[in-house]
Design a protein around this ligand. Structure first.
Ligand code: ZN
Length: 661
C-alpha cells in the first residue's frame, strides 16, 4: 500500500486557458481581499475580527472576542492559501505580512502551547471542556495545516515550532494515559496531526490522529460524559440532542458503511482515515474508506460533485435523496470530497477517484467563487428561484447571489487554498513513474529516480480534447507515464510522431512507457455534449436530464432562457455547441431545442383548471454550472425536464419527442 506522492507546488507551473482566470485570483484578489476582511478594513462586509481576536489574546489590545468559536480557522486557511501561492512564487511583501501574523499567533500562545482566541479571551478556564462544540481541535488542525504549508513554502520554521508545541500539548492531554476517550466534535485535527507527522517525522502525531479516529463511536459517548463536568457550557443550543450520526459517532469508524451526518465533518474524517490506512498499511480501514466513498458517489452525491442533501444541519440524509432547490452542498464539503478522493487515488492508483475529484473541482468548487473573486457561495443549489429563497423558510440557507463574506466564513478561504494547491491534484509521482490526472496547461519538473525530467502539457481542455505532451529527460531514464482516461470519454487515443501508440489500460490509466531524451505525445479525447440521467431511484430527477461536456455540468440561466425554467422541456437529440467569446470571458455554450409552457392565456387567478397547458417551441442555452450567477442574477436550473416518448420496457433508447405543440 504505497501512496503515490504529490509533486511539490514549487515544481508545477500552471498556465492554462480554463484555470488561469481563477488561479490568478488567489494572489491578485483573494489574498489581499481576505487579508482586508480578516483585519476588518472593508465596509459593507460581515465583521471578521480575526486579527483583532489574536491581538487581544496576545495582550496587544484591549477588547472583546467577536465571532464564532472557530473564528481563528479563517486566519489559518488564509495562511495556508498564501503558503501555496508562495510555493509557486515567493513574495517578500506577503511573506513579511505572514511573518507578522505568525509572531502574533506566537504571542497569543499560552506558555504550555495552547492557542485559541475564543477560550483565551472569552472562556478562560473552560478550554477543552466542550469538545463537542468548542472547535478548538478543529482550529488547531487548520493551524497545523497552515504551519506545515508555510514551512514547506519558505523553509522558515517559527510557525512550525509554535504548532509543534501545541501538537505536543494535545498529544499529552489526549494521550491514552490521560484522556483515552476524548475526540473532537468537528474533525480536522486528524488531518493537521498527519501533516505534522509528515513535516517532522514524529510518529506520536500520527498515533494521536489514529487514536482520535478510533475513539469515535465508542460507548459510553464521550460527548455525553463531558456534559457532566461542572465546567461544561453549551455553545450551540440548536445542536442540542443531535443524533450521533451528525458527528459520525454513531458507530466506531471501522463499522461505518454509509456517509452520515454533517458532510464537511464526514469527508474530513474519511480523508484522515485514508491517510491512516496508508501509513499503517491497514487494509481493513482502507476497505471502510472504499465503502464510504462508494456510498457517497453511488447514492448520495449531486451530479455537480457536491454533498449534503439537507439544508438543516448541513448533512447527508438517505440514499438517493437529492433535492435540487433546498440542498446544502457546501463548497467546503466539495473541497473535502476532492481531498478524500485524491487520497484514495494516491493509495489505490485507481483513476476513478480522480474522476470525482475533478468533478468537484470543475463544478462546485468553482461555482463557489465569482469570476472577480469577491463573492462566494456557501450553499450550492442545482435549482434556484430567487424570489423563493426567503428567510425563515426551508430555503433560507439558499442564496440566489454570491455573498461578499459570511459570519461563518469557512468556504471562501477553503476555495482559495484549494485553487492555490490545484497542482497537487494534477500529477502524482511514484519512483520513476508519473501519474497524470488533470488535463491542463502546465510544466512540471520532476526528479524521477534521480532523472531530472520536465513534462510540459499544452491543451485547451475542456474546450477541446486535444492534448500535447512533451517529456524531456536524460537518455538513461526509463519509466512509465500513466494518463488518466476520464470516465466520460469514449475515445482516448495516444499517438507519437503521427503513429498511434498502443497502451495498456491499468486502473483507469493509460500506461505509456517513457524512455529516451525527448518524447512527444499527442492525446485525443472526444469532448462532446452529453445528456445525463439520474438513477430512477432519485425521485427528484425522474423525467429530467442534465447536460454535461467533459467534466463540466451545464445549467440554464434566466438571463439566456427567461423565467420559469422548470416550465422547459429539453429535446435531448438537439444539443449543439457554440463557442462564445463575448460572454463570461469566453465560454463553450450548449444550445438545444425544446418546448416551453406558455403562461399567457392561463388566467392568473386560476390555480387549477381542466385546461391543457399550451406549449411553444423554444431555443435553450446552457452555460457551465461553475459560471452561473456571474451576469444578471436570476433563476438557474441543472436538471431539466426531458421530452420523451414513454414505452414500456424501453431502456431510454428511444429519444423521439412525445409532446407536440
Ligand atoms: Zn464552508
Amino acid at each position: 500500500m504505497e501512496k503515490l506522492k504529490l509533486v511539490s507546488l514549487k515544481n508545477i507551473k500552471i498556465k492554462d486557458s480554463f484555470w488561469d482566470r481563477y488561479l490568478r485570483l488567489v494572489p491578485e484578489v483573494e489574498i489581499p481581499y481576505q487579508w482586508d476582511i480578516l483585519n476588518d478594513n472593508l465596509e459593507g462586509v460581515e465583521t471578521s475580527h480575526c486579527i483583532s481576536n489574536f491581538k487581544i489574546a496576545a495582550g496587544r489590545e484591549e477588547g472583546e472576542f467577536y465571532g464564532a468559536v472557530f473564528q481563528d480557522s479563517d486566519v489559518a486557511k488564509w495562511l495556508e492559501a498564501l503558503s501555496y501561492v508562495l510555493m509557486s512564487k515567493r513574495d517578500p511583501e506577503w511573506e513579511a505580512c505572514a511573518d507578522e501574523v505568525i509572531d502574533l499567533i506566537g504571542e497569543a500562545q499560552w506558555a504550555d502551547g495552547y492557542i485559541n482566541t475564543y477560550y483565551t479571551i472569552k472562556e478562560k478556564g473552560k478550554r477543552f471542556t466542550n469538545l463537542k462544540e468548542g472547535h478548538e481541535l478543529y482550529t488547531a488542525g487548520h493551524l497545523m495545516e497552515a504551519a506545515t504549508a508555510y514551512y514547506r513554502a519558505t523553509g522558515k520554521d517559527k510557525f512550525l515550532r509554535i504548532m509543534i508545541k501545541f501538537a505536543d500539548l494535545i498529544c499529552t492531554l489526549f494521550s491514552d494515559e490521560n484522556n483515552s476517550r476524548a475526540y473532537p466534535g468537528h474533525q480536522e485535527i486528524e488531518i493537521g496531526l498527519i501533516k505534522m507527522y509528515e513535516a517532522t517525522g514524529n510518529e506520536k502525531y500520527l498515533k494521536q490522529a489514529k487514536a482520535f479516529l478510533e475513539r469515535r463511536g465508542r460507548i459510553p459517548d464521550y460527548f455525553e460524559e463531558e456534559k457532566k463536568n461542572p465546567a461544561y457550557r453549551m455553545i450551540f443550543p440548536e445542536l442540542e440532542d443531535y443524533d450521533r450520526k451528525y458527528a459520525q459517532t454513531h458507530l466506531p469508524v471501522r463499522q461505518q458503511k454509509t456517509a452520515e451526518g454533517h458532510a464537511v465533518r464526514a469527508v474530513y474524517m474519511y480523508s484522515a482515515m485514508a491517510d491512516i490506512a496508508a501509513f499503517y498499511k491497514d487494509a481493513d480501514l482502507l476497505n471502510v474508506c472504499r465503502t464510504l466513498w462508494e456510498n457517497i458517489v453511488g447514492k448520495r452525491m449531486y451530479i455537480t460533485g457536491s454533498i449534503g442533501s439537507s439544508g438543516l444541519l448541513e448533512r447527508f440524509t438517505t440514499d438517493y435523496d437529492l433535492p435540487n432547490n433546498c440542498n446544502y452542498s457546501e463548497s467546503c464539503a466539495s473541497v473535502g470530497l476532492a481531498l478524500f478522493s485524491r487520497r484514495m487515488a494516491q493509495i489505490t492508483g485507481e483513476a476513478r477517484y480522480m474522476d470525482i475529484a475533478e468533478l468537484a473541482l470543475y463544478n462546485t468548487v468553482l461555482a463557489g467563487i465569482s469570476m472577480d473573486g469577491r463573492s462566494f457561495f456557501y450553499v450550492n443549489p442545482l435549482e434556484v428561484w430567487p424570489e423563493n429563497c426567503l428567510p425563515r423558510t426551508s430555503k433560507e440557507h439558499v442564496k440566489p447571489v454570491r455573498q461578499k463574506w459570511f459570519g461563518v466564513a469557512c468556504c471562501p478561504p477553503n476555495i482559495a487554498r484549494t485553487l492555490a494547491s490545484l497542482g497537487e491534484y494534477a500529477v502524482f509521482q511514484n519512483g520513476a513513474d508519473v501519474y497524470w490526472n488533470l488535463y491542463l496547461g502546465t510544466e512540471v519538473t520532476l526528479d524521477l529516480d534521480g532523472h531530472r525530467t520536465v513534462i510540459r502539457m499544452e491543451t485547451e481542455f475542456p474546450a477541446e480534447g486535444e492534448v500535447k505532451l512533451t517529456v524531456l529527460s536524460d537518455k538513461d531514464y526509463h519509466g512509465n507515464l500513466f494518463l488518466r482516461i476520464p470516465h466520460y470519454v469514449k475515445r482516448f487515443d495516444v499517438s507519437s510522431c503521427g503513429r498511434k501508440t498502443e497502451y495498456e489500460g491499468i486502473k483507469g490509466y493509460a500506461k505509456i512507457p517513457l524512455d529516451g531524451e525527448r518524447q512527444e505525445l499527442h492525446i485525443s479525447m472526444d469532448i462532446e455534449p452529453r445528456v445525463i440521467r439520474s438513477s430512477p431511484r432519485v425521485r427528484e430527477n425522474i423525467g429530467k436530464a442534465a447536460v454535461m461536456r467533459g467534466p463540466l455540468v451545464y445549467c440554464l440561466e434566466e438571463q439566456d432562457n427567461g423565467k420559469n425554467l422548470p416550465g422547459i422541456y429539453l429535446d435531448p437529440g438537439s444539443l449543439r455547441e457554440c463557442y462564445r467569446e463575448d460572454i463570461l470571458g469566453g465560454v463553450t455554450e450548449i444550445r438545444a431545442s425544446g418546448l416551453r409552457a406558455v403562461e399567457t392565456g392561463w388566467p392568473e387567478e386560476d390555480l387549477y383548471s381542466e385546461e391543457k397547458i399550451c406549449w411553444k417551441r423554444t431555443e435553450l442555452t446552457f452555460i457551465p454550472y461553475a459560471y452561473w450567477c456571474n451576469r444578471t442574477p436570476g433563476e438557474m436550473l441543472v436538471w431539466v425536464k426531458e421530452l420523451q416518448k414513454f414505452q414500456e420496457g424501453q431502456n431510454g433508447k428511444d429519444q423521439s419527442m412525445g409532446v407536440h405543440n
